[in-house]
Design a protein around this ligand. Structure first.
Ligand code: SF4
Length: 292
């Protein structure tokens, strides 16, 4: 296997075979993100990707999951993706799931029919970084997509029969806009009703542009107690429609409090735990133990 630069994958792909189909992120402008700042975005040659799959077939006896990296594999044309998915199924018939990151724009460009074809060829999950439901926040962090576009992209993925795993970031509005961030994020989750929601908490790497906003006083980090208040308000604004289940996880190394539950069933239990933590700071992870 050949890899270019540092490789990132969602936490739930920890044991997956990672195959780079693109290098870097086509957008690469989000102020909170340092993942691909050192990479010049490009799509890898199809022949090289297929060679990597053949290498992996020689090296591993069993491959249960495959994740197609880097930032937004859905940027590839449909026919190339289908060739890659078909080769994975041929080489690894035991593979249970193939996942990708998808940017909202690439999902919208593909459309429901193309996504359906990709599902039929084996695409099993699309991870999408929404970060916030608030247009104020999305614009401030240069996400490059509006809340309506992200909502529609998540709906399209789900309508095509592919589970969408959507990431949001606590504290992304800082100390000044947290209520708007919380309410609009809760509404986006309600309107898009993804299969999975992952809630991280903002941590700042010095290579991320937002680091300079903090240093120069343009952005004030939300303290741990504020993150709990924000999460309470966000959950209060989530109302998953009847007949749907949204697996809610806030158990990343960056989070102050680990939360897991299925919505709507566990909403009150999650809120109780958060309210308990609001009155007992000892329940919150010490700053020293948080990780990106
Ligand atoms: S957060 Fe995602 S879209 Fe934004 S720069 Fe990082 S990888 Fe690209």
């Amino acid at each position: 296997m050949r890899y270019e630069g540092a490789i990132y994958r969602p936490p739930s792909e920890a044991y997956s075979l990672i195959v780079q189909v693109t290098v870097g992120c086509a957008h690469n402008d989000c102020t909170f993100c340092s993942m691909f700042k050192d990479k010049q975005f490009h799509v890898r040659k199809l022949a090289d990707i297929l060679d990597d799959l053949a290498d992996a077939h020689r090296a591993y006896r069993r491959v249960g999951r495959v994740f197609l990296a880097d930032g937004d594999a859905l940027v590839l044309p449909e026919d190339e993706l289908i060739t890659i998915l078909a080769r994975i199924r041929e080489l690894f018939p035991e593979c249970e799931r193939i996942g990708v990151y998808g940017s909202p724009q690439d999902v919208l460009r593909k459309g429901e029919n193309s996504l359906r074809r990709l599902r039929e060829e084996g695409l099993g999950i699309v991870y999408i970084g929404a970060e916030s439901g608030s247009d104020n926040v999305l614009s401030a962090v240069k996400k490059g997509a509006a809340s309506a576009e992200i909502t529609e992209a998540v709906r399209l993925i789900e309508r095509a029969g592919i589970p969408a795993s959507v990431t949001f970031i606590s504290g992304l509005a800082g100390a000044d806009g947290w209520e708007d961030h919380a309410v609009k994020t809760g509404r986006m989750i309600t309107e898009s009703a993804p299969s999975y929601v992952g809630l991280l908490t903002l941590m700042v790497d010095p290579a991320a542009p937002i680091y300079y906003d903090i240093k120069e006083g343009r952005f004030t980090l939300l303290p741990a107690e504020g993150v709990v208040d924000e999460t309470i308000l966000m959950l209060e604004n989530i109302d998953i429609p009847a007949g749907k289940t949204c697996v809610f996880r806030s158990n990343h190394a960056s989070n102050y409090l680990s939360l897991k539950g299925d919505l709507p069933r566990d909403k009150e239990a999650l809120l109780s735990r958060l309210r308990e933590a609001r009155g007992d700071g000892a329940m919150l992870k010490d700053e020293r133990f948080r990780l990106l």
